[in-house]
Structure formats: C-alpha cells, structure tokens
Write a protein of this length. Structure first.
Length: 532
C-alpha cells in the first residue's frame, strides 16, 4: 500500500550501520539501526546487535538522540534515559549472546523538527564497529513489481489433485491462528527468501487471527484465548511474530499482514448479540488490533485490516459504524491512521467481484432491485462497488488518500453451467435478480463450503482504481468447517431459523476447518471463472 512519510530524506536513509572511530577498530560488535516507518511526530525503529567479540552474559547498548527524540515504548529490551542519552539493556530471556550471535529489539518513538539517526553506539561501554547495508523502503503498493509467494504446503495438495497443476503455482496466504503456529512464520519467510530473485522481491501474505474471544458472532467459537487473555495475545502471539518479521535477513521480503479479518467487523454485525456486547465492553478486540498495528508496523511490513464484505457491512447503518470503528481503532495506535496500509475485503468469502448483468441502480418494472429478496435493501450488489465505496468513506474519515484495498477472489468466480449469460427478461424484480445474478447462493450471508462456487480471478496487481490487488487469501480447497459440534452453517441439510429459513448451501461431507476438502477443490476448478 501507499504511505506518505513526513521527511523523504530520512526515509531514504532508513537503515544506517554506524562506523566507529579508528581507535575502536577492535570492538566486538556491529549495530544496524532501522527506521521502519515515520509519520508526523512519530516513528518506529528496529535495532540489531551482532556480537563480534566474546560471548556475552548480559548487554547494554548506548546511543545519543541529537534532535530531542524520545522513546515511547520498547520491546525485547528495557531502557533508561539521561538527557539525550539512551541505554537499552537485555531482558531475562535474551541476555546471553554467543560469539557471532545476534540480538534484536525495537521501539516506538517521538520527534519534533527532525529525526536524524544516531551517530555512534556503545555495547557495554565499548564502541561498536560498522558495516554496510541497503534498506528495502516502504513502497506504495507491496504487490507492485513483486512476485507472489507460493506456499509449498498448499501447492503440493493442489498439484496432487487431478487437474490441480493448472493452479498449483498460484500465490496464496498463510493463516496463523494459534500460538503454536507462530513458528510457521519463520519457516514461510525462509521459503519466501529462497523464491526471491534479483529481478523481483517476493510478497508473502499472513493472516493473523487469534484475538481473545474471537468469533463472537458464532454459537461455538473455536479460538484458543478468552477475553481475559489479552496479555497472552500480545506477548505469545503478536510479539514473537513481530520479532521474526523484524529479522533483517527478511528485509528483501515484502510482508503483508491481514490483521484479524473478522475482529472489528464482528463487533458491528454482532452488536445485538450478548457475546459480542461482552467483547466490545472488554475492549480486547480494539486493544488487540491496536497492539498488532503498533508491533507489526515497519519498513517492509504492510498492515491490512479486515473489512468484511458487501453482504456483511453493505447496509447504511453497519457501513457507517464500521468506518467509524476502523478510524477510531487506527487513531488509537501509535502511528494513527498511518499504521494501516489498507483493508482486505471478502476474506474467505464468496461474494462476486462484479455482477455483470445489473447494478444497484437497476429497476425492473419501475421497482428498484434493492427491494428484491436477494439484495434486501443493501447498497451494493458486489464486492468491487462495495470496496471502492468503502475506500472513499475511509479517506473521508481521515485515512490517507492513497490507501489501497485487497479483494479475496479465491472462491468467488461462480462459473460453470449455472452461470447466467445475460440479464433476465422477467418483469418481476425477484425473478429478474435471481435469474441474472452470478452469485448462486440462496442468501448472500451463506459462507461455509458453498456449493456451486468456483475459483475467481487469479491474483493480479492494480486491477481497478483504488485496488492494490486481487489476491487468494483463503487457500482454495481448505475447508471452512464441518457440520459437527453444532456448526449448523456447515450442515448441508439445515434450513432453520439461523439463516432465515434458507438452505445453507454447504457441500456435504466437509472435514474440519482448514483440512483439505478434495470435493470442494474439484468443484472450484470446474466452476472457475475465468475458466481454467
């Protein structure tokens, strides 16, 4: 996404490795100080110490801020200040640094006037040696000019399916939904480095989804953390992910974090549910999201917040409330609205990118199609119009005018023999919409393993104004859930009041969420649009 940094000259020198005086040539350390990003009045920075001397059993790094900057919050180290001098010291878990070892920490800071990088560092009182490094600065659109990371785990499952080789090399996102899965972040970043070429950087997408008391709108949430576990979310989930992503060896990788795609939106659509009201009162969704924005915000990492889809937030009251909540949450982060690079829409959902045979302005026999059962007074008929309207509203609410959007097109193609080839000639508004729409769900809110769905547009960059990319955030073939444990939305036989007496549209025989669902993958390929 796009970011306007306050001072271009400082952005251009985001990474500085400081040389020592000639008299300190035998010192046992080098320091890399990285300004990850900067905004009016604030910045964040990462510091990497390389121990080139004997093993350390404790360390303190010192430097001077020469323009009145000060530190607001530090992680992976503790700090003290005396005037302009800063001392950052180890915590209990990272005090031992072997010869040749590295240690990382970071901080958010404030500045007025200017923000020059420190001119020298000392480690345990000894001046540090220097080196050279070239940063990969924050770019306007992380997908522009980059190649998408191909997850070998998903690619192997796709390739093993008959015909799956046609899409097996498509870039898909990696979902991190448990504390135990945090180690996968490093594994995939290492694999992304191996896929990088000198001609193109690699962009890798992570979906971070482990908020305390997550899925408040569902009758049986499956998250591992309760509303009382905000500190665990911060220290056991977000902190280690941020530390891994801050490793300088990944500077050549563009990291896109889709931050809690259902979190803030659930507070809107679940406003009348006691479970969501309890979560809203606790503040854990908002505070957890703000913490993630603070910790993940750096030069080569890009934050995209989840923004639902047109059948979730497309009604005026929900749309307005969501924009307000997104803006208020972002403003509460250290970098404010600049901590957000964009928004991700239709994540793991099935809404058509574009309905080709009608628009929201279409009338049938003088009756607006908004009155049809399918549209039900929504303001939008597809994801593209919703996304572009949401972007305009976000800019009006104070987000940068260059903010970008992602649309998940992994399962919204709706091709195959059931796809209409033109607009209906019916004079009944309900019949017209039902015969003309390419989205074949019985209601647009159905979400679990939808029968008749197909692969959508393949990932591509800048496909429409304001859209950073069409992406495959939900890896096709990974189940949305099984019809067990009261998960009625995934039960193909259920037509109860939970979804307005409409069939769920779920495919039968689905395995647990995240497991491979061969029958679904085959149907997605059969119904792909554009066709494979």
């Amino acid at each position: 996404m796009r970011r306007l940094l306050a001072i271009a000259a400082i952005a251009a020198a985001a990474v500085v490795v400081v040389p020592s005086p000639a008299s300190a040539a035998s010192a046992g350390c080098t320091v890399q100080y990285t300004v990850g990003s900067q905004w009016p009045g604030g910045f964040n920075a990462g510091v990497e110490i390389t121990n080139t001397g004997a093993a350390l059993s404790g360390w303190s790094l010192g430097w001077d801020f020469t323009a009145g900057q000060h530190i607001d919050h530090m992680w992976q180290a503790v700090y003290t200040t005396s005037g302009r001098h800063v001392t950052a010291s180890n915590q209990t878990f990272n005090g031992n640094v072997p010869a040749g070892g590295k240690v990382l920490f970071g901080f958010n800071g404030s500045w007025t006037g200017s923000n020059p990088v420190p001119g020298a560092f000392t480690l345990n009182g000894v001046a540090c040696n220097g080196g050279t490094s070239t940063p990969d600065l924050h770019v306007d659109n992380p997908f522009q000019g980059a190649q998408g990371y191909v997850n070998a785990d998903w690619s192997a499952r796709a390739a093993a399916e008959a015909g799956g080789g046609r899409v097996a090399n498509t870039s898909t996102a990696v979902w991190i939904e448990r504390i135990a899965a945090v180690a996968d972040v490093r594994r995939h970043l290492d694999a992304a480095l191996a896929q990088a070429t000198t001609a193109k950087p690699v962009v890798v997408q992570f979906v971070l989804r482990d908020l305390p008391a997550r899925d408040c709108t569902k009758p049986r949430p499956d998250g591992e953390l309760t509303a009382a576990d905000l500190s665990r979310y911060e220290t056991e989930f977000i902190d280690p992910i941020a530390a891994i992503q801050a490793d300088p060896k990944y500077d050549r990788v563009r990291i896109v974090n889709v931050v809690e795609p259902d979190g803030l939106t659930d507070l809107i659509v679940g406003a009348n549910m006691q479970s969501c009201a309890n979560v809203l009162a606790s503040g854990v969704y908002v505070q957890g999201t703000q913490y993630a924005l603070n910790r993940l915000h750096r030069a080569n990492a890009y934050n995209y917040l989840g923004a639902g889809h047109h059948a979730k937030l497309g009604w005026d009251p929900d749309f307005t409330a969501a924009v307000t909540l997104f803006a208020d949450t972002a403003r509460g982060s250290t970098a404010g609205v600049n901590a957000v690079d964009g928004f991700a829409v239709n994540t793991a959902d099935y809404g058509a990118t574009t309905e080709p045979y009608f628009t929201i302005a279409t009338t049938v026999g003088g009756v607006s199609i908004r009155q049809s059962r399918w549209i039900d007074w929504n303001q939008y008929v597809d994801e593209l119009t919703y996304t572009q309207a949401l972007r305009a509203a976000l800019i009006a609410a104070g987000f940068p005018s260059t903010i970008g959007m992602l649309v998940d097109t992994s399962r919204n193609g709706w091709g195959g023999p059931a796809r209409p080839t033109g607009a209906s000639t019916s004079t009944s508004v309900d019949t017209f919409v039902d015969q003309s729409r390419i989205d074949r769900r019985s209601v647009a809110g159905n979400w679990c393993n939808q029968s008749g769905a197909g692969l959508g547009e393949r990932p591509r960059t800048s496909p429409a104004p304001g859209i950073d990319a069409y992406v495959w955030i939900k890896p096709p073939g990974e189940s949305d859930g099984a019809a067990t444990g009261g998960n009625l939305s995934c039960d193909s036989t259920y037509s109860g009041s939970g979804n307005g007496y409409h069939p769920t549209g779920a495919l039968p025989g689905a395995p647990a969420r995240g497991s491979w669902f061969s029958a679904q993958f085959q149907q997605l390929m059969t119904n792909a649009f554009p066709p494979l």
